[in-house]
Design a protein around this ligand. Structure first.
Ligand SMILES: Nc1ncnc2c1ncn2[C@@H]1O[C@H](COP(=O)(O)OP(=O)(O)OP(=O)(O)O)[C@@H](O)[C@H]1O
Ligand code: NI
Length: 346
C-alpha cells in the first residue's frame, strides 16, 4: 500500500496551566490518504482542534507541548525547524477555520489579501497575482469575481467570507486541507453549499481533507472515514458507512442518537466530559456509559479491536469471549425509539 499523505502516531499534546498539566490529546493515531476526507468527530472539548493544530504545530508552544510522530508525505513534521515547518504550512498543508472573520484583515480588500497570500508563495508580478486571485474567487463561487476583488471583507456575507478563505487556502495548491468546523457558523443551506464546494475542489486539486466537526450530519455529507474522539482519546474509527450503519462504541452510538436527521433526539448525551486535568482510569467514556462495568474503569483506554474491515473500537465489550450484541440494543437505526422528536427552533 502507498504511504498515507498524513500519518499521525501517538500524538500527545499537553498544556501547562495554573492548575497543573492538562493533556488535551493523549496518544492518538490516524492517517489521511491522498485525496480522501477523514473527519474527526466528538463533543466540544474532546481535543479535535488541539489535535489538528498540533499537526503543523500552530498550537502555541508553550503553554502547549507536542509529542509523537506526524509524517506528511513521509517527512516528520515534529522534528522540523520552524523554517521548514513554515514551508510546509505555506505549500503542503493549508488550514481553514470556523470564523473567517478573524482570519481576514478588515482594512484590506479581499482580492488584495488573496493576491498577497499568493505572492508569499510565488514570485509573480502584481498583474498576474490579481488575475490568479480573480480566478480563484471565481472558482470558489464568488459571482462577478473581478469586481468583487476590490471589495472589503464586510461587504461579503458569512458564506462568501468562508469561500474567500477557501480561495486563500488554495493559493498554495495544498495536498492536505485541514478544515476546523468551517461551516459551523453558517446556516444549513449555506453550509451544504460550502461542503459541496469542498467536495468539488477536492477532486480538482486532488487534496486530502482532514475535517473537524461535532456535527454528524456534516460528517455524513463529506467523510470517507471517521475518527471518533472523546476526552483526548480515539474511541472508534472506520469507514463512514460502517460507522453510521453499525456504530460499535457506546459513545459513537450515543453521538448518533443525537442526530435528529436520522431519528435521534436533540438533547445531547447525558453527563459531561471528564476533567481534563484528572481523567478517569480505564475507558474515558466509562463514567457516562450505561454498559460500563468494573473492568472498564481500570487500566488505560482499552486497546482498539477490529470489528469489521477497517473499523476498530476501543471497548472491552468486543474482546474475545464477550457478547457485544447487548450494546446494539440501543444503537441508532435499529429500533424506532425516536418518539418525541422536536424541531430545533432557536
Ligand atoms: N491553550 C490551551 N491551554 C490550556 N488548555 C487548552 C488550550 N487549548 C485547548 N485546551 C483544552 O484542551 C481540551 C481540548 O480542546 P479542543 O479545543 O481541542 O476541543 P475541541 O474538540 O476542538 O472542542 P470544540 O468542538 O469546542 O472546538 C479542552 O479541555 C480545552 O480546554
Ligand atoms: Ni475545536
Amino acid at each position: 500500500m502507498a504511504t498515507p499523505l498524513l500519518e499521525v502516531e501517538d500524538l500527545k499534546t499537553t498544556f501547562s496551566t495554573d492548575n497543573g498539566d492538562l493533556t488535551a490529546v493523549d496518544g492518538i493515531d490516524f492517517a489521511v490518504d491522498e485525496g480522501e476526507t477523514v473527519c474527526i468527530v466528538g463533543e466540544s472539548g474532546s481535543g479535535k482542534t488541539v489535535a489538528t493544530e498540533s499537526i503543523t504545530r500552530i498550537v502555541k508552544e508553550p503553554p502547549g507541548r507536542v509529542e509523537g510522530t506526524v509524517r506528511f508525505k513521509g517527512r516528520d513534521l515534529l522534528s522540523m525547524s520552524e523554517e521548514e515547518l513554515r514551508q510546509i504550512r505555506g505549500n503542503g498543508i493549508a488550514h481553514i477555520f470556523q470564523n473567517p472573520q478573524e482570519a481576514m484583515n478588515h482594512c484590506y480588500t479581499v482580492g488584495w489579501q488573496i493576491a498577497e497570500a499568493l505572492q508569499i508563495h510565488q514570485d509573480v508580478p502584481d498583474k498576474k497575482a490579481r488575475a490568479r486571485a480573480v480566478d480563484l474567487l471565481d472558482r470558489v463561487g464568488i459571482a462577478n469575481a473581478s469586481t468583487r476583488f476590490d471589495d472589503y471583507p464586510h461587504e461579503f456575507s458569512g458564506g462568501q467570507k468562508q469561500r474567500v478563505m477557501i480561495a486563500m487556502a488554495l493559493v498554495s495548491d495544498p495536498d492536505l486541507l485541514i478544515a476546523d468546523e468551517p461551516t459551523t457558523a453558517l446556516d444549513v443551506t449555506v453550509q451544504a453549499q460550502i461542503l459541496k464546494l469542498l467536495d468539488e475542489l477536492q477532486d480538482e486539486f486532488d487534496m486530502g481533507i482532514l475535517f473537524v466537526t461535532h456535527d454528524l450530519g456534516v460528517v455524513a455529507q463529506i467523510a470517507d472515514r471517521i475518527v471518533v474522539m472523546y476526552a483526548g482519546k480515539v474511541m472508534e474509527r472506520g469507514g463512514v458507512l460502517d460507522i453510521f450503519e453499525h456504530p460499535a462504541h457506546p459513545y459513537t452510538q450515543q453521538l448518533l442518537n443525537c442526530v435528529p436527521e436520522i431519528g435521534g433526539n436533540e438533547g445531547g448525551i447525558p453527563g459531561t466530559l471528564p476533567n481534563p486535568h484528572d481523567p478517569p482510569d480505564g475507558c474515558r467514556f466509562a463514567p457516562r456509559c450505561s454498559y460500563a462495568e468494573q473492568t472498564c474503569r481500570t487500566g488505560g483506554q482499552p486497546e482498539e479491536l477490529d470489528v469489521s474491515p477497517g473499523q476498530r473500537v476501543s471497548c472491552i465489550h468486543y474482546r474475545d469471549g464477550r457478547d457485544p450484541s447487548l450494546l446494539r440494543e440501543n444503537a441508532p437505526g435499529v429500533e424506532s425509539g425516536s418518539n418525541g422528536v422536536s424541531s430545533a427552533d432557536d
